[in-house]
Design a protein around this ligand. Structure first.
Ligand SMILES: [Zn+2]
Length: 387
């Protein structure tokens, strides 16, 4: 798939100026102009939509994919390009920025279409990384359970499609889109994203290495996407019969999992903080199969269930028993990780208070000290918001 590889190669130069997004004029002029809403990057796409409706009306071609190779240059080059244009053509700065925004939207669409060619279902994202299209049910008094059955757009990840026509429709409805999201958990890859965050202060890569050592798995060669903040998204493929739920910090501090119902910001996307790009040499790889030992940590129920996701399961005595057994079965070297994991699950499912005693007992039986056990369970409580 030549186009996507070329994109990836182009993007492999990290953006060293993440703060200098396209919201700022190339000439450094303050970010205030008639064609921008004052809150240009706000999560609510509506103000931007109104502010830019005029632009998209003038330029229906914004929804067309780039046809000239120069259109596929990375945005870092694009800034230079629009600066050149500014020198050559004495139009108002606002017009340049409008062109830059259209260019960003066009690039986002091109990247999204490339991802879709690989079988990845996509949605347009705004600069805030949120779905660009507002819910058609946003004025309903109650949160809507509609996942697109109404036939309209704006259902977040449920809008995701691999159909180029549908993708063009979605981006045409969101001309302010600057990136795209890739839906996780869908055929053919049943994508699982391991999100190693660096912002939280946790050393997420080290935490993952430790997990891998303890649980005897290795992360295979696969697509890795760099985030503007220096984080990494590792793409893995899950089995079709296993639902991996989304989680934040459950595996270890700083490690978030994007699973069913979640999405990953696709490489080539531009956000408020910069550009997402693939790690050199990984763009052409298919998402590698998730190692079974890691999968057990991500979807740990021995009873595989197609639906609903694990987080919807009601608390039960059986579940509590399973968590205690999970700790009791720990080998030396796994004890603390297993206790931590089980305690997180217990708190997430409303069993935390009931299981502090049994989990502590189990931890003592496998050889942890009382102090270690209490400290680990307390960490789990903090992480899940139960301290
Ligand atoms: Zn709906």
């Amino acid at each position: 798939m030549a186009p996507i590889d070329r994109h990836a190669e182009d993007r492999n130069t990290p953006d060293h100026t993440p703060d200098r997004g396209p919201d700022r004029a190339p000439d450094g002029a303050p970010d205030r102009s008639p064609d921008r809403s004052p809150d240009g990057g706000a999560p609510d796409p509506a103000p931007e939509g109104r502010a830019r409706g005029r632009l998209s009306a003038e330029q229906p071609s914004a929804e067309q994919p780039p046809s000239h190779p120069s259109d596929r240059r990375p945005p870092a080059d694009r800034r230079a390009h629009s600066h050149d244009s500014a020198a050559a053509n004495p139009r108002a700065t606002a017009d340049h920025r409008g062109a830059a925004d259209r260019h960003t939207a066009t690039l986002a669409l091109a990247h999204a279409l490339s991802a879709a060619e690989r079988g990845l279902a996509v949605i347009p994202l705004s600069r805030t990384k949120l779905p660009a299209l507002r819910s058609p049910h946003h004025e309903d008094p109650q949160p809507s359970a509609c996942r697109g059955e109404c036939g309209r757009m704006g259902h977040g990840v449920y809008d995701a499609s691999t159909d180029p026509l549908r993708i063009r429709e979605l981006f045409a409805a969101a001309p302010w889109a600057s990136g795209y999201g890739i839906a996780c958990g869908l055929a053919p890859y049943h994508l699982i994203g391991v999100d190693l965050d660096t912002k939280s202060g946790a050393d997420a890569p080290a935490a993952l290495r430790e997990l891998a050592l303890r649980h005897l798995f290795t992360i295979p060669e696969t697509v890795v996407v760099m985030t503007p903040s220096g984080g990494r998204h590792i793409w893995l493929s899950g089995p079709p019969d296993t639902v991996v739920p989304n989680s934040a910090g459950r595996l270890a501090p700083g490690i978030d999992i994007r699973g069913a119902g979640g999405y990953l910001v696709g490489p080539g996307s531009r956000t408020e903080h910069g550009i997402y790009s693939t790690v050199p040499g990984t763009a052409h790889l298919p998402p590698a199969a998730c190692p079974p030992a890691l999968l057990r940590l991500l979807a740990p129920s021995p009873r595989r269930r197609p639906s609903p996701p694990a987080t919807d399961a009601p608390p039960s005595a059986q579940q509590g028993h399973g968590l205690v057994q999970f700790v009791l079965a720990a080998h030396e070297g796994q004890r603390n990780t297993r206790l931590f994991w089980a305690a997180c699950r217990a708190y997430e499912n409303g069993l935390g208070e009931a299981l502090v005693g049994p989990l502590t007992d189990a931890a003592l039986r496998v050889g942890l000290t009382l102090r270690e056990a209490r400290s680990t369970i307390a960490s789990a409580a903090r992480l899940t918001g139960h301290d």
